[in-house]
Write a protein that binds this ligand. Structure first.
Ligand code: ADE
Ligand code: ZN
Length: 354
């Protein structure tokens, strides 16, 4: 593309726009090549001859449960503290190349504990990566422990308690995996205990799931979350729109593509993000599982949202602003991030119409 082409200029503007990533699963950042390298160095047999075969397998995902089955299979390659460190560092470098200056990263301890990988290995690798990213890249990250909605709440509570020695190495909790019956009520006690520990609270409410409106209300009123991961179906209930606005709940949307590229998926998600912005809600754009969903990172996805809906540059800046406003940053750090965003926008004025 000619660098003077307005599309090239918009692309550069979006890629370099300072932004935070608030909804990304560390495990889901694993690119097929890294999966194969980890499986090989851990001496694990895989049925895949090459990265393209892994991509082919990922293309089989049709919906959230079928995606999670593949996700759980592939993350079987992660075994050691070094693996967690490598996975996180690869993501930080990639995110930084797309203008992300701060990330809050989910991890799923239960999926590793049930394979015999101890908490010490998980936290050891995560913390090494966090410190290394700060020192070598100047990239800031924090971690959010996610529990699995399709496993018993008692297991989540046990993991939360067992994590006490690493309490300072994560800032909050979330819920992910398939959105099964009983969510969110069955996790009320876990959230009460996490709140008492001073942890921040979020949960997934995935897009287009059964009983989605009731699940959003439960997330707000039973779990008491400050953010909702995805949250596009807030638009299904005008009272939810009101409540989310009044309570200043962050919505960490993820307009991702599966390999199947279900027709209309991006149009629906990008359109909903635009409507949420128009409603004045604190929505941001996030990558969710970039290594497993077509290698699309936050800059790529913001660009897709713009291309799909035609939103203005001011709307893109608002999405970036929302990511910092709803991040779980100490005030001084938040102000510094917002100042970087403001300086960037001031240095890149809108081109004059020809
Ligand atoms: N785990 C990884 N990605 C997820 C998503 N989008 N929803 C629920 N659980 C997940
Ligand atoms: Zn997610």
């Amino acid at each position: 593309m000619n660098p003077n082409d307005p599309r090239a200029e918009l692309r550069r503007f979006v890629m370099e726009l300072p932004k935070a990533e608030l909804h990304v699963h560390l495990e889901g950042t694993m690119e097929p090549e890294l999966y194969l390298a980890m499986a090989a160095r851990n001496g694990l047999a895989t049925p895949y001859a090459d990265a393209e075969a892994v991509r082919q397998r990922l293309r089989e995902a049709r919906d959230l449960p079928s995606f999670i089955r593949i996700y759980e299979e592939l993350i079987g390659a992660i075994r050691s503290a070094q693996d967690f460190r490598d996975l996180a560092m690869a993501f930080y470098a990639k995110a930084q190349s797309q203008g992300v200056i701060y990330a809050e990263v989910f991890f799923d301890p239960q999926l590793h504990l049930e394979r015999g990988v101890p908490l010490a290995a998980i936290f050891g690798g995560l913390e090494r990566a966090r410190l290394e990213a700060a020192q070598t890249l100047g990239f800031a990250a924090r971690y959010i422990m996610c529990f699995l909605r399709d496993r018993p709440a008692e297991d989540a509570l046990q993991v939360l308690r067992d994590s006490a020695p690493w309490r300072d190495e994560f800032i909050g909790i979330g819920l992910d995996n398939p959105e099964v019956d009983g969510f969110p009520q069955k996790f009320a006690a876990v959230y009460a205990e996490a709140r008492a520990m001073g942890l921040r609270l979020t949960t997934h409410c995935d897009v287009g799931q059964p009983n989605t409106v009731a699940h959003h209300w439960g997330a707000l009123d039973v779990l008491g979350v400050e953010r909702i991961d995805h949250g596009l179906n807030v638009l299904d209930d005008p009272k939810l729109v009101e409540a989310v606005r009044a309570r200043r709940i962050g919505l960490t949307a993820a307009p991702t593509l599966f390999y199947t590229d279900i027709p209309g998926r991006m149009e629906y998600r990008a359109g909903a993000i635009r409507r949420l912005l128009d409603e004045g809600l604190l929505v941001s754009v996030n990558s969710d599982d970039p290594g497993m969903k077509r290698s699309l990172y936050v800059g790529d996805l913001m660009l897709r949202v713009q291309q799909t809906t035609g939103v203005s540059r001011a709307a893109l800046v608002q999405l970036a602003r929302n990511s910092f406003v709803t991040a779980w940053l100490p005030d001084a750090e938040r102000e510094a991030c917002l100042a970087r965003l403001d300086a960037y926008v001031a240095a890149h004025p809108e081109p004059m119409p020809a």
